[in-house]
Write a protein that binds this ligand. Sequence first.
Ligand code: GLY
Length: 320
Amino acid sequence: MANIQKPVIVVHGGAGIWRLDRSQAGLDGVKKAAETGFEILKKSGNAVDAVIEAVAAMEDDGTFNAGYGSSLNIEKCVEMEASIMDGKTLQAGATGLLTDVKNPVRLARIIMEKTDHVFIVGKGAEKLAKIFGLERRNPLTERRLEYYEEQKKLLKDGKFELRKLRDLVENYPELFKLETVGAVALDKNGNVAAATSTGGFPLKFPGRIGDSPIIGCGTYADNHSGACSATGVGEIAMRLVLAKTACNLMEIGKTAQEAVEIGIELVNKRISNNYNHMGLISVDIYGNVGAAHNSPNLCWAYITPEKREPVASLSAKIVK
Ligand code: GLY
């Protein structure tokens, strides 16, 4: 384990396309999330607390596709998911198919700390949220409802990004009745953690689980390498086990930035025949920050002790 005394936090509010009408809200939201997490690290708090609070801030914001403001599935319902991983112990917690838990990432933490399991979804997860008294909130926003209608029109016009969903809807019209948030941190004791939360891909099939709650795909943290959180098309991160792949690269000596760039190169090389927008953020155990994407935008921010103020942007290294 590295014994580095340099706390760092990196957060993302999602890859994809950030339209002008909400890009300022996105930048403000990731800055606030980075500050929330960094405040904890500055006061000698640990990396797990920092990523939980950073992600919870974005889940509460309403600008992002996580918690309040989550995307709607094809049946116009919300099914949220989230995960957390502690790089010190390799413990992890993940949850999915949540309809009204205010902060899915807090439930992921409860699963990690209070159960013997890693991944609990649906009714069981809601039951756990009730036992532990987690707050509830209707995640539906006006903006998401409007977005749903826009996406539905694209789908009906045959212009939706997911090809098989287009075909499914064409053949089974009765079916009709991207962004994710994440945070990675390094605390002053050299411990890393990662957390990710999402409403999932817009118009996803009910019951579909993406990469965000799958340990190794959307989220991974290990004190032997670093931490990584993914955003974009979940099925791609799942096929390439992207977050763990980036951590493996850091373990063999790549910097946080090199690791995420190689991860995105892998996406471009191996999954090029389909809609493949992805973004990755990372921190390595030496405190280096990484962010890369192949999508037009990645809304993200980071803070290091040298920077003090959050550095936020709508793009990082775009890997072609
Ligand atoms: N990366 C989020 C999702 O595909 O659900």
